[in-house]
Design a protein around this ligand. Structure first.
Ligand code: M7G
Length: 325
């Protein structure tokens, strides 16, 4: 059962550019008011990229206004604070009854029955691949492999980080910011990851995005960056404690390698939540990163780092071509 977040009502997105209104300049829009028009009503499904009955999620590729789009639909957890209302106001249909056992189809009123919907439009081929269910392979990337294979690849192929700059420049999601340290060198913005609907703490998911530009990933970090990392660890976790009453001992704080977006950010999730990408093959605990850099300034420049790649990832092909797989 999901404990509720004691917060103001979550913010919803305005009409998306691919749905009609709004510009296409890469600026973000965030709005605290009600949704006006459904950007997904005109969505034409092409194929389901991935679905999970267990997670109650579906990733769909299709078209919106002739533009490529990916939508992610996710049934949200049942919340403790609205449970009573839900049981009182729902209609029920008996499915079966046997002795002391009975099952029903319960139809909750719309406001207690929402589906979290994420829209990516226009979506690139890389977005479609990101969400397509794929076989994965582990790569062992040495420091030299990074310079010779990965760096040239990510310099030309990685996802745009415009959404990150929009957050840092307060052009998007400004009203969602939980904490900010504006210092250009060690500062960061802490806000909810867009995977989290902020309605229950069980699946709390925040990201701390550093103000400093040019740190692509873990690979770029040296001991010079320790003040930045320690600042996130200290002030970021203090802010989570203050805002959500969750102590550091209940949080998983980590960096991804490889990330999808090459602007340094730290993931902060509830320890009780098995967030996608929190496994040992991709997640590096911030506290370990700090200790490793304390012990060896060039730790992440030189060591071999293991990470998974999907079968159709062009980077995997580059490693294959180089005889590394
Ligand atoms: P990552 O490790 O680069 O990639 O993390 P991943 O998506 O493969 O984990 C980037 C994180 O930023 C992810 O947890 C995303 O869910 C989150 N994220 C991505 N976008 C495009 C947005 C966004 O526009 N707003 C917010 N708040 N979070 C985002």
């Amino acid at each position: 059962m999901a404990a509720a977040v004691e917060e103001s009502a979550p913010k919803r997105l305005k009409q998306d550019t691919c749905g009609g209104a709004g510009g296409d300049d890469g600026d973000g829009e965030t709005n605290g008011g009600p949704a006006i028009l459904s950007p997904v009503s005109g969505f034409k499904t092409e194929r389901v990229l991935r679905d999970s009955a267990r997670d109650k999620t579906v990733f769909v590729h299709g078209k919106m206004d002739e533009q490529e789009a990916v939508i992610i639909l996710e049934k949200t957890p049942i919340r403790q604070d609205t449970l009573e209302e839900m049981l009182k106001t729902s209609t029920v249909k008996l499915e079966m009854k046997n002795d002391i056992y009975s099952t029903y189809q319960l139809q909750a009123p719309p406001h207690l029955n929402e589906i979290k919907t994420t829209v990516i439009c226009p979506a690139t081929e890389k977005h479609v691949k990101k969400y397509l269910h794929q076989e994965t392979f582990l790569i062992e990337e040495s420091g030299d492999d990074y310079s010779a294979i990965t760096l040239p690849y990510i310099s030309s192929q990685s996802f745009s980080v415009q959404w990150v700059y929009n957050i840092l420049e307060k052009k998007a999601e400004a009203d969602r910011i939980v904490f900010e340290d504006p210092d250009p060198n060690v500062g960061f913005v802490l806000l909810p990851d867009f995977k989290w609907n902020q309605k229950q703490l069980d699946d709390l998911y925040l990201i701390a995005i550093v103000h400093r530009r040019g740190i692509k990933s873990l690979r770029d970090l040296t001991s010079d960056d320790l003040p930045l990392l320690r600042n996130i660890q200290k002030k970021g976790l203090e802010a989570v404690q203050k805002h959500y009453s969750i102590p550091p001992s209940k949080l998983r704080v980590y960096l991804h390698y490889q990330p999808s977006y090459y602007h340094l950010h730290v993931h902060i999730t509830s320890l009780d939540y098995e967030a996608p990408g929190c496994g040992v093959e991709r997640a590096h605990l911030l506290s370990d990163v700090i200790q490793n850099l304390q012990a060896d300034s060039r730790y992440y420049r030189s060591r071999t780092i293991t990470f998974p790649l999907r079968a159709d990832d062009a980077l995997l092909l580059k490693f294959r071509e180089a005889g590394k797989l």
